[in-house]
Write a protein that binds this ligand. Structure first.
Ligand SMILES: NC(=O)c1ccc[n+]([C@@H]2O[C@H](COP(=O)([O-])OP(=O)(O)OC[C@H]3O[C@@H](n4cnc5c(N)ncnc54)[C@H](O)[C@@H]3O)[C@@H](O)[C@H]2O)c1
Length: 271
């Protein structure tokens, strides 16, 4: 049995690096997917790929920071697929500027997409979900909203805001059978990080991440399926870090255990 069979899902930012993988994974798990993005060409390419693989998907252009556009997206999903069971708020933009240099224009542009966008889409979706007494909303937050990283004043503040909004939505919507959770990805190779992560940022992530690598969009998509499925019924208001151990880590350095020697593991040489 597929884990999202007969569910209708909307993924904003669905044309992007992480969210295109979420769309494709949701479709493989049986969901009908609205691939929603500001860039319709990107969204159409993802929806086409899903249909070529036998899944159900449609592309939709949305500006999540615009109220009419956000509410229109939710209506489109209901018209096309009969309901909205799952909403992933994944549309996001980033700037990498020191607090002292950040312009009011950049500050407002980032809040509008990352925080206001999730607020508007979440509210529009919740108003439909309340009537059916069920639904899942998953917000994509960030390590930059949990730690005070250099250059992340606008972006980190927007994601910290979204993390507390996740908790407030969960508390208020529990009564209606709606689960609201968040996923905080670690560094993931996507079009966004190719622009925003310079060499110093990359090196910094390698040094601070116990798993010593960037994650993949598919690893984020797997966590999303869990939070969108019935397997996570009692998970509410939670932020799931999928970050290679970044959030757990303190000091990291190489120290070989005294109990280890260099001889090969007998199990690996048996037979
Ligand atoms: N890549 C990472 O390392 C990382 C880490 C933590 C969190 N995130 C978050 O994950 C999400 C996806 O990031 P990504 O790296 O895949 O980025 P991406 O740039 O590849 O994708 C983001 C998508 O959002 C769309 N978008 C931008 N503004 C929009 C708007 N107003 N309305 C609708 N769509 C809009 C873009 O067109 C793009 O397709 C973002 O919320 C990002 O903040 C990413």
């Amino acid at each position: 049995m597929k884990r999202l069979q007969d569910k209708a899902a909307i993924v904003t930012g669905g044309g992007g690096g992480i969210c295109s993988a979420i769309c494709e994974t949701f479709a493989r798990e049986g969901a009908s997917v609205v691939v929603a993005d500001f860039d319709l060409g990107l969204a159409e390419a993802v929806a086409n790929r899903i249909r070529e693989q036998g899944g159900r998907a449609m592309a939709c252009r949305v500006d999540v920071g615009d109220k009419d556009s956000a509410y229109g997206l939710i209506d489109t999903c209901v018209q096309e697929f009969g309901s909205v069971d799952i909403l992933v708020n994944g549309a996001g933009i980033s700037v990498n500027e020191l607090f002292i240099d950040t312009s009011i224009e950049d500050w407002e542009r980032v809040q509008r997409v990352n925080l206001t966008g999730a607020f508007l889409c979440g509210q529009a979706a919740a108003r439909k979900m309340i009537k059916r007494r069920s639904g899942r909303i998953i917000n994509i937050v960030s390590l930059s909203g949990q730690r005070g990283g250099f250059g992340r004043s606008a972006y980190g503040s927007s994601k910290a805001g979204l993390e507390i909004l996740t908790k407030i939505m969960a508390v208020e919507l529990s009564h209606y059978g709606i689960n609201v959770n968040a996923v905080a990805p670690g560094p993931i190779d996507t079009p966004m990080t190719k622009i925003v992560h310079d060499e110093a940022t990359r090196q910094s992530y390698y040094n601070l991440t116990p798993m010593r690598r960037y994650g993949t969009p598919e690893e984020i998509a797997d966590a999303m399926v869990f939070l969108a499925s019935d397997e996570s019924q009692y998970v509410q208001g939670h932020t799931l870090n999928v970050d290679g151990g970044f959030g757990a880590a303190g000091l990291i350095y190489e120290l070989k255990p005294k109990t280890m020697d260099d001889s090969p593991d007998p199990a690996s040489t048996a037979g």
